[in-house]
Design a protein around this ligand. Structure first.
Ligand SMILES: [Zn+2]
Length: 284
């Protein structure tokens, strides 16, 4: 499931490729992903609109456009959910079976595909107002982080997934950040002392920044003129998984810890897997 780094890499890659492109046609195949925007409103608003920018907030993609008539700015919010992919496909290529929305950009098609339809592509941007600070932003200070943690008795691993605390961290980078900060995943959020909060804040920033840097080296144009067209997120068949290869604890149950060689352990917290080293990350 894509988290902040993967969405950031996708946004950086896609931004220059769609800027200035006009939506000549809007093809909605799964109205569910537009919710709560009605398909007719979606189509009417976006038809003829021009892409002016693309940014990221948390795990969301925020497309900026200008309306055809009047030039009014439009915001289009995208979330890849569990299985969403957004990519440019060549004209005339058969669309993937689970294509949810397709924009005809004249020279090519911008395709949003989602096999499970948990993602979103909508004109409703209200979800952004519920997000906490961006972890890589200067506004994400140790003081603000500490204040938010003080209000929760949840296990720190579970609390890190709360997008109101800090935006963009999911199951993978929560485990990775706690490993780097050497904190036990079951530690209650309000029990963290000031040096641990600072350590965790730094670990979050380092882990995310490293993943963005790593992701920037991923050849996203796999396929080129081949069947998949330009490829942007999710792994193309046969391609190595650049992100997973460099994770230290996530999905590494039973494998030796890179620090101490003790086997990595997997536990379940709030119905989701947590991976950690019981030796390096001792509860306090
Ligand atoms: Zn260890």
């Amino acid at each position: 499931m894509p988290e902040l780094p993967e969405v950031e890499v996708l946004a950086r890659h896609l931004r220059p490729l769609i800027r200035g492109k006009t939506i000549c046609d809007v093809n909605v195949r799964r109205a569910k992903v537009l919710l709560p925007t009605p398909p007719r409103k979606f189509r009417r608003t976006l038809l003829g609109a021009k892409f002016t920018g693309l940014s990221r907030r948390g795990k969301y993609l925020l497309f900026q456009l200008r309306a055809k008539s009047g030039g009014k700015p439009i915001s289009l919010l995208g979330h890849l959910g569990m299985t969403g992919r957004i990519f440019l496909a060549q004209k005339g290529r058969r669309l993937p079976k689970h294509t949810a929305v397709m924009f005809d950009l004249g020279a090519g098609n911008l395709v949003y595909e989602d096999t499970r339809y948990f993602g979103r592509l909508t004109l409703d941007t209200s979800a952004l107002t519920r997000l906490g600070p961006e972890p890589l932003d200067d506004k994400f200070t140790a003081e603000i982080f500490a204040q938010s943690l003080k209000r929760s008795r949840q296990a720190i691993k579970v609390k890190l997934l709360d997008q109101r605390l800090v935006a963009g961290i999911g199951n993978i980078y929560a485990s990775e950040a706690l490993f780097r900060a050497r904190l036990a995943p079951g530690l209650a959020a309000n029990r963290l002392i000031a040096p641990q909060v600072r350590q965790l804040r730094l670990a979050i920033r380092v882990v995310l920044a490293e993943a963005i840097e790593c992701g920037s080296t991923v050849p996203l144009n796999l396929g080129g003129s081949k069947s998949d067209g330009l490829f942007y997120f999710g792994r193309a068949p046969g391609a190595p998984d650049f992100y997973e290869e460099r994770l230290r604890v996530y999905d590494r149950e039973g494998q030796p810890c890179p620090n101490c060689r003790h086997p990595i352990k997997r536990i379940t917290q709030a119905a989701r897997s947590t991976f950690f080293c019981p030796h390096c990350q001792r509860a306090r």
